[in-house]
Design a protein around this ligand. Structure first.
Ligand code: AOF
Ligand code: ZN
Length: 417
């Protein structure tokens, strides 16, 4: 069989697609689960027939519900009549099919007896209940099972080596897709803090607000929409008391296709100053009180105010302070992990972002840059409150990606923690 040329369009039923595109499409549709699957990973799965024609794609849409492979198989059966017709087909999945019976059945055990010709998965599932066991079940049943990160050729095209660049890109994308889950699983028992993503929207020269406080809007609508998607991909959004008082933001996800989604917010209010007025602010108006976490400082916040907050149903919790009125961010994150928050999204001005960078607790940084220059005379830079003394000590991004998004530039990457 000749390998078709790669394309990037959404495949139609019956289109001959490349294995790289099959995996790429699985990576794209996996994100349909954003906001609904945590603490599970987002996973996508694509099934092509023996001629490598696209038949179906599926994803893990909601915690407790069908895994990506089961969803893809359901859609496959709608087109091809019954699951048994999977025999001879090729399956592409962004994560190793699971071996265990959890909230749903095992995907490896679901696929194995149906005898697909091959299953290619992008990365191994580090969940100790899986960790290579899923692949073993499949290969034990005679299915050619390949982990893309170790593969030399696509199983559907065994005599064609995989282009190195394509392979690295797809594996990195799969790592990025599941990064919150992977971070948690790989650091289990080592006291891993929640995964921290910081987002900055700035001018080309890194300014985030005028000294007058004016900051809306520096970047364009498309970049702001991407920001909303990122809120969706985290368990909670963090916001400081000053931002709440100044801008009264909602910090919710306002995307048409995710109408009805409710996210959590963490308000950092060391002295519990907003407790009695919290109901007047949008963060508390757009979500039920149990989705509002308030971090106050031990020994500083008035216990009576804390009790009043709790009586209103807010999730008030204490963290140690670095000094009076300044929360120890590491301790706050530790407490959030204990409260079941596995990932947080930090957006805000220099006062919020700087301390997170300074504490070396940021896993991923997103910077959206408008192509305007504001200068430092009247505007604040996003990193004004953090810093290194020596050039060589600068925080360095890894696995960087750069994209144009509308008229703005989007740069993202990981910090090694
Ligand atoms: C897959 N496909 O789509 C996902 C997988 O609680 P459960 O039953 O939903 O199982 C969750 C675990 O299954 C999760 O920790 C991860 O190891 C794996 N996720 N596996 O084959 C999927 N979401
Ligand atoms: Zn599964």
């Amino acid at each position: 069989m000749l390998e078709p040329r790669p394309s990037l369009k959404a495949p139609n039923l019956g289109d001959v697609i490349t294995p790289a595109d099959a995996m790429k499409w699985a990576l794209i549709i996996a994100r349909n689960g954003a906001g609904f699957v945590a603490p599970n990973p987002m996973v996508g799965c694509v099934i092509v027939d023996r001629d490598h024609k696209f038949i179906a794609g599926g994803w893990h849409a909601k915690i407790g519900e069908a895994h990506a492979e089961a969803d893809a198989l359901d859609r496959f059966s709608l087109v091809r009549g019954k699951p048994e017709n999977l025999a001879g087909c090729h399956v592409y999945v962004t994560l190793e099919p699971c071996a265990h019976e959890g909230r749903t059945g095992s995907c490896a055990k679901l696929l194995a007896p149906l005898k697909p010709a091959s299953v290619t998965y992008a990365i191994q599932d580090p969940n100790p209940k899986v960790a290579g066991q899923g692949a073993k079940i499949l290969s034990g049943a005679g299915v050619v099972t390949v982990c893309l990160s170790e593969a030399r050729a696509w199983p559907a095209f065994p005599d064609k080596p995989i282009e190195a660049g394509v392979q690295i890109d797809l594996v990195e994308e799969a790592e990025d897709l599941s990064e919150v889950f992977l971070w948690t699983m790989r650091n289990q028992g080592k006291g891993a803090l929640p995964f921290v993503t910081v987002k900055v929207a700035a001018s080309l020269d890194g300014r985030v607000s005028m000294h007058s406080g004016e900051s809306q809007w520096i970047t364009g609508e498309q970049a702001r929409e991407k920001g909303h998607r990122l809120r969706l991909e985290h368990d909670a959004v963090i916001v400081g008391r000053k931002t709440v008082e100044a801008d009264n933001p909602s910090m919710n996800v306002r995307l048409e296709e995710f109408a009805g989604h409710v996210n959590s917010v963490v308000l950092v209010d060391p002295k519990a100053k907003l407790m009695d007025r919290l109901k007047e602010f949008n963060i508390a108006k757009v979500r039920p009180p149990e989705r509002v976490f308030v971090c106050v400082q031990t020994g500083v916040a008035d216990p009576a105010a804390v009790a009043r907050g709790r009586a209103q149903g807010f999730n008030v919790f204490e963290a140690e302070g670095a000094k009076s009125g300044v929360i120890d961010l590491r301790d706050m994150l530790k407490k959030l992990r204990e409260l079941g928050i596995g990932s947080v999204y930090v957006e805000g001005g220099a006062g919020t972002v700087g301390p997170f960078i300074d504490h070396d607790i940021v896993n991923r940084l997103h910077v959206f840059l408008a192509t305007s220059v504001l200068g430092g005379k009247y505007a604040t830079g996003w990193s004004d409150l953090c810093g290194v003394e020596k050039l060589k000590d600068g925080w360095k991004l890894k696995r960087q990606r750069v994209k144009l998004i509308g008229a703005d530039i989007h740069i993202t990457g990981r910090f090694d923690l």
